[in-house]
Write a protein that binds this ligand. Structure first.
Ligand SMILES: CC(C)(COP(=O)(O)OP(=O)(O)OC[C@H]1O[C@@H](n2cnc3c(N)ncnc32)[C@H](O)[C@@H]1OP(=O)(O)O)[C@@H](O)C(=O)NCCC(=O)NCCS
Length: 192
């Protein structure tokens, strides 16, 4: 199967794991975005400020929904199979199609934290990244103090490569950002 057909398939494929579906975002997800990215607890480790209005949430939806068209990556909603509730979002951005790397990102709504959902979402995305996007390397950035994210990355086999000192400006204060990556050969268990 050619790279192009694989990538086109990626745009329509619904991913499925034991407890979750990952599907393309829809206009219905705007409430989720407002609820999620309006929560300062959720945005405290990322560049964005909490959003406050439906208009802002719609802007986020357009922005995230546009990742694929812009060839920058993609964003999906994570649905819990048990009750079809949206429990978070996840995807790739900063996709470099020449050197085959992208940055993974995922957010889980606070009521669903610490139940393994981020790990399950990320696992699905990683498999998808190797299979459909033909990635060779997946990067992840964790702001200092984001211990839950660092634990998730560790569980998935990511290695820390360095610290981007004072990379994030948040509320007038600079924070270090830890850069992690997972190589396909590491995942496959053969980097010889
Ligand atoms: C980071 C985040 C995605 C994790 O989601 P989650 O569904 O709770 O993650 P999981 O349940 O798969 O795993 C969390 C792990 O972190 C651990 N953990 C949670 N809080 C922790 C803390 N303060 N210190 C150390 N470990 C912690 C949990 O015990 C668990 O590890 P375990 O399975 O060994 O017990 C979630 O906290 C989140 O959405 N945060 C806000 C947004 C964000 O930071 N997104 C990341 C941008 S890429």
């Amino acid at each position: 199967m050619s790279h192009t057909i694989t990538a086109e398939l990626a745009a329509i494929t619904i991913l499925e794991s034991e407890r979750l579906f990952l599907r393309n975002m829809t206009p219905d997800d705007v409430t989720l975005l407002l609820q999620h990215f309006g929560n300062p607890e959720v945005t405290k480790f990322i560049e964005a400020q909490p959003i406050k209005t439906l208009d802002q949430a719609n802007e986020w939806l357009r922005w995230m929904g546009g990742f694929w068209a812009a060839k920058d990556g993609l964003r999906r909603s994570a649905i819990r199979k048990e009750d079809m509730t949206v429990i978070g979002v996840g995807g790739f951005h900063r996709w470099n199609r020449e050197a085959n790397y992208a940055e993974i990102g995922f957010d889980i709504l606070p009521p669903y934290h610490n139940q393994g959902f981020a790990t399950e979402v990320a696992q699905l995305l990683i498999d998808f990244g190797w299979q459909y996007l033909k990635l060779n390397r997946i990067e992840a950035d964790a702001t200092q103090g984001n211990l839950a994210l660092m634990r998730v990355l560790d569980k998935l086999g990511f290695k820390q490569e360095g610290v981007l000192r004072q990379r994030l400006l948040k509320g007038g204060k600079y924070y270090d950002v830890h850069r992690f990556a997972l190589l396909r050969c590491e995942y496959d268990g053969d980097c010889s």
